[in-house]
Design a protein around this ligand. Sequence first.
Ligand code: HEC
Length: 127
Amino acid sequence: MLTPPILLRLVIVGTAILVAACGPAPVAKTGGDEAGANLDGRGLYAANCARCHGGDLKGTTLGPPFLDAVYARGHHADAAFAIAVKNGVRPHHWNFGPMPPVPGLTDQQIALIVAFVRAEQEAVGVR
Ligand code: HEC
């Protein structure tokens, strides 16, 4: 089970964070406050992306799997992730509809998420 440092969580200003790092529970997004400023890549992914892309990165009814070859580094460079998070995505590969922008994540946090996704892709041979 994942146990991000408790202290780091306490540092975060503002509202209670919906900590989804340990489970697949859907996270209600009401803005950027609960983005999880000090979670690691896995935790940030769980809190912000897993709802649609799946806790196991295999997708959901709301979004595509990151373990698909189309999201390998050569097809979607790391920059594509930052752009997707900031601007959202118009549907073009799938029929899930658009991805809305995910507010409240810093560049550094997005980089942590990408590193997590790349590691998971690597683990199953998507590269
Ligand atoms: C509300 C659902 C939803 C959430 C939350 C979500 N996504 Fe997506 N995302 C989608 C859908 C749907 C697509 C597929 C669009 C398409 O048809 O190509 C997508 C596509 C993408 C793509 C591909 C972009 C491209 O250029 O083709 C990236 C990268 C991505 N998402 C990253 C993320 C990251 C990182 C997070 C979390 C910070 C996230 N998404 C959260 C629904 C979501």
